[in-house]
Design a binder for this molecule. Sequence first.
Ligand SMILES: Cc1cc2nc3c(=O)[nH]c(=O)nc-3n(C[C@H](O)[C@H](O)[C@H](O)COP(=O)(O)OP(=O)(O)OC[C@H]3O[C@@H](n4cnc5c(N)ncnc54)[C@H](O)[C@@H]3O)c2cc1C
Length: 468
Amino acid sequence: MREILIIGAGMAGLPCAIRAADAGAHVTLIEAAGAVGGKLPRSSGQISAAGTRLQAEKGIADTPDEHFAEVMRISHDTADAAIVRVAVDHAAATIDWLQDIGVPFAPEHPVISYNHDVYRTRRYQWPVEKGKSILAALLPLLDAHIAAGRIDLRLNTEMTVIARGDDGAVTAMTLRDDAGHEITRTADAYVLCAGGYTNDPDLFRALTPNKPVYAAKIPISSGKALRVARDAGLQIDGGNLYMGMLGGVLTDRDDPLSVTFALNTVPQDRPPWEVWVNLSGERFTREDHPSATHREHAVNAQDALTFFIVFDEGIRQNAPPITMAKDTALQQLIESNPSYMQADTIAALAAQMGVPADRLANTIDHYNKVVAMGEDMAFGRESLPRALESPPYYAIHSVAFAMPSPAGIAVDPELHARDSEGRVVPNLYAAGEIIGNTRLMGNAYISGMGVGPTVTFGRILGERLGLG
Ligand SMILES: Cc1cc2nc3c(=O)[nH]c(=O)nc-3n(C[C@H](O)[C@H](O)[C@H](O)COP(=O)(O)OP(=O)(O)OC[C@H]3O[C@@H](n4cnc5c(N)ncnc54)[C@H](O)[C@@H]3O)c2cc1C
């Protein structure tokens, strides 16, 4: 019987283990945490796929070729075309499989979403309970394989060493449990599904030089396995394409790992009433630009990936809230979090923001003239609901942040890991966030190209390796 050693029991590792066991292999599944699931319980579970049964039921004509072309268009050809090709070619089978194992999708799906640049057709869906629905469908399958002895699940156990032989192939992996006991395991194939590294700012800085890291605190995205992979001579790349996501606010301005996804900056959902101002106190982009990628690149070009969303009392009273915190009034946020600021004058607000007061005053004055004229000559903004002229004034300090990890282990189209010389490691594979988000999305965010390829690559690796 083939022996498969899988590191990480999250969104990629679980489908990989289940499908390998389905195919007849014996799987040892290693998980550093005390429970399986990885990011599944908190992920929105959004997946894009072309040619699914869900699309056919709604008469939506779509093909993997069109999906591929749109991923490359949105990423401006910065995504890895060969890997994207594998993802889109197998995406429909992933959605169909998820449906077959009982993952419920909302009846109106697939849909178009404006959170990222839009696809020309409806090829985007997420389960009713998001990532939790996927986990709920996978757990009984996992349990059945464990009960039948086909999967040996080791929780609270970390992979700490990848040993490689003279030919480059992996000869063994070292596993350490939380009591400190170490064992060495060999297998016919080894699969790294150990997720991301956003919780390791030092590693982030090493892989993405000259960019500050802001992220949510997610301890399982420890980066430990990626450090082990780097020590074993694997190629880690893609950090140069990093682009932070919009909508982030630090709950503690001294802690870069305290990001919450707190603001609705999607003009198609909520046309902006506020102005966006950088650390120089100046506007820098068209706040209502219809392209999410355009807005993201504009923010990512700012110092410290930082900007402020500035408004006045008139906007506070009349606009739909920009904050997504349910049941939390702006006043409560101002009192509890220094990222939310309020002042009676523009000069006092500028002092809190740490921007030059005269520049901020000029910016607001100029914007108010733009509103009066009804034309934004500098940036072409169309949403000009009202001037900023009624105190108190408000600012929200927002940062572009890393949700998935940008860099990762380089892979070939069969998902073999590559070493630092670019050579394929014959018996070592990688899937999920550990191969790096930019491999699938380039320097853009593309709807459903995180969860989708993660589940897909786990699934197809399990099916292939399980058969031997
Ligand atoms: C709030 C949130 C929302 C998201 N929404 C979306 C979305 O809508 N669309 C999208 O495309 N993407 C989304 N993502 C990203 C997506 O969820 C991740 O890219 C994906 O979950 C990664 O899956 P994975 O299996 O690679 O890693 P994980 O699910 O993180 O699993 C990795 C597992 O490996 C374990 N592990 C780590 N190191 C070791 C080690 N050394 N030894 C043993 N085990 C180890 C970890 O404990 C973890 O359980 C979201 C992420 C978050 C946090």
